[in-house]
Design a binder for this molecule. Structure first.
Ligand code: ATP
Ligand code: MG
Length: 560
């Protein structure tokens, strides 16, 4: 059956290419994509865009998507990263059919092809230093200078290349270069380096290799080996595409070629995304690890309380473009707010408590009031919440001398306690430092919520029973950077824009008792405050919550 929705939705440029290929029956066995992370850090929200795109297209067109670790640079790579990448992709809701694959599995094949290129006079061993080589490459507007080794006999290159592999030479003393075109205006075509010597232990191949392939040499060939049809990458690789195609032309004579297609990477305001900089934040202790809830990593967002659905919706919303742009981080926050609004129970938590004593409520008495769990979900039911003579309210819900428009509590004023009664503030007590220590109120027993009472007041406050409340810590997270473009200042480092208030730890919070059995990852709306989730560091006798987002976007106002 045709789905009308699908027809109406306009195709993005990658879908258009794929649909045309399908119409032309270009790929007999269906379309085949891949997600190729380098295991040198944790995945971030930019990777999530690429994951949703690649795995999503495979789902949409009944194709396949491989997970391939692009592990050609042993110095920076680690199994810890491999494991976290697998976990994050699964958590986002995607699976790979076979594999995962590793570029390192193709080292033998790549070596074999390199030998073939040397034999055909299309590659040579250069013995000059890096500096000399790049100097000879020159500038795009003038032809480069050919290496004196460019036309050395094939046998010489073959022998030297084998010795390079065997570990006979020191790091940096020789490279294998493709013989392409030293006059090309595209600098990547000026005899690019295919292999460098690196006496470095690889997390999978151990000490077998003393040479490692460069990205350009490894990537397209890996795509070819796996039968990839559409190889999606970010825009900075557009200029590499002629080389991608050139290499493929050298290794195969049949018709099948993977096709590289570039799309705009995700940039987010108020966020740094480069793995190198994220690593710096971790290593310098600016954040508490890769999964710190302030990090734009997938593991950080997970710990912060983001749901896979909210991230997939976000990726959907931003779509794919051919031009670089910056997405407002507020849109990511909107996506999680939207989803949590649908799925979370509303509960009461007081983060900065002050005690209220209801003087005309009988001592020793208590009652339960009924509260709806989630008005957005009629199946969510309701629960009973204990009410009594002493309760806590939020400190900033009381003012000694409130302005007219303050519809919360002040001397002589009335407010409704959510789900319970209307109370009136009669008096209050302060300590020597001027802090409010207790507020004295009376309640109107005729005003119980749900009893058909008609009397109305403007303000409604959340509260918890002082006797029955449970204790918790709450970590209130905010954006890590104060500047919209922390990376965009020439004379300053991104670290100059760190938000000193990106984490506020509240140690003395009071929660309604229904939260006693909350488990790590459980998510709630704390009434009037925002969305919160249980941190994995929580234990049976230490409950820790993270704030995911406040109920409304406070930054939008601040910056207008
Ligand atoms: P970074 O620049 O953050 O270090 P990277 O591109 O080096 O990232 P890889 O592990 O090589 O990281 O990326 C794996 C895949 O994710 C690549 O296909 C890459 O194009 C894609 N990707 C990386 N960053 C983004 C982003 N910000 N938006 C969209 N796709 C991205
Ligand atoms: Mg990369």
């Amino acid at each position: 059956m045709e789905t009308p929705d699908k027809e109406k939705k306009s195709l993005n440029f990658i879908e258009s290419i794929i649909e045309e290929d399908i119409r032309n029956k270009k790929h007999e066995t269906g379309i085949h994509l891949r997600f190729p992370p380098e295991p040198n850090g944790y995945l971030h929200i930019g990777h999530a865009k690429s994951i949703c795109l690649n795995f999503g297209l495979a789902q949409e067109y009944n194709g396949k998507c491989n997970l391939r670790f692009d592990d050609t640079n042993p110095a920076k790579e680690d199994v810890e990263y491999v494991d976290s990448i697998k976990e994050d992709i699964k958590w986002l809701g995607f699976t790979w059919d076979e594999g995962p694959y590793y570029a390192s599995d193709y080292f033998d094949k790549l070596y074999e092809w390199a030998v073939k290129l040397i034999k055909e006079g299309k590659a040579y061993v250069d013995e000059q230093s890096q500096e000399v080589i790049s100097e000879q490459k020159g500038v795009p507007t003038r032809p480069g200078i050919e290496s004196p080794y460019r036309n050395r006999p094939v046998e010489e290159s073959l022998a030297l290349f084998e010795q390079m592999k065997n570990g006979d030479f020191e790091d940096g003393t020789k490279v294998l270069r493709a013989k392409v075109d030293m006059t090309s205006p595209n600098m990547h075509m000026r005899d690019p380096i295919m292999y460098r010597i690196l006496h470095s232990e690889h997390h999978r191949t151990g000490n077998k290799w003393n040479i490692y392939p460069m990205y350009d040499w490894a990537h397209g060939q890996s795509d070819f080996i796996e039968g990839i049809t559409h190889s999606l990458c970010t825009l900075e690789f557009e200029i590499h595409r002629p080389l991608y195609d050139w290499f493929l032309d050298q290794i195969t004579e049949n018709n099948y070629r993977p096709r590289q297609i570039e799309f705009a990477r995700l940039n987010l305001s108020y966020t740094v995304m480069s793995k190198r900089k994220l690593l710096q934040l971790v290593e310098e202790g600016i954040v508490n690890g890769w999964d710190d809830p302030r990090m734009p990593t997938i593991s950080g967002l997970r710990r912060r309380g983001y749901t896979p659905e909210s991230i997939r919706n976000f990726a959907d919303r931003i779509g794919v473009a051919k031009r670089d742009n910056v997405i407002d981080v507020g849109l990511l926050e909107f996506s999680v707010r939207e989803h949590l609004n649908k799925i979370t129970d509303r509960v009461m938590a007081v983060l900065d408590p002050v005690k209220v004593i209801i003087t005309n409520y009988p001592e020793g008495q208590s009652e339960d009031v009924e509260l709806i769990n989630n008005p957005e979900d009629e199946n969510s039911g309701s629960r009973m919440v204990p009410f009594g003579r002493e309760i806590y309210i939020e400190r900033n819900d009381f003012m000694e001398d409130p302005p007219k428009k303050f519809f919360r509590m002040g001397p002589g004023r009335e407010v409704r306690l959510k789900g319970a009664y209307i109370i009136k503030c009669e008096d209050y007590k302060k300590d020597e430092a001027g802090n409010i220590t207790e507020i004295y109120c009376t309640y109107d027993s005729e005003t119980k919520s749900g009893s058909g009472a008609t009397r109305k007041v403007k303000g409604t406050l959340h509260w918890v029973s002082a006797e029955k409340a449970i204790d918790a810590e709450v970590r209130v997270y905010d954006r890590l950077f104060l500047d919209e473009d922390p990376d965009g200042h020439k004379e300053k480092s991104f670290k100059d824009f760190l938000n000193p208030e990106s984490l506020t730890e509240l140690k003395n919070c009071k929660l309604e008792p229904s939260l006693k059995n909350a488990k790590p990852g459980d998510k709630f709306q704390f009434q009037r405050l925002g969305y919160f989730c249980v941190d994995p560091d929580s234990t049976n006798d230490r409950l820790i919550f993270n704030r995911t987002v406040p109920l409304r976007d406070s930054w939008a106002k601040k910056n207008r």
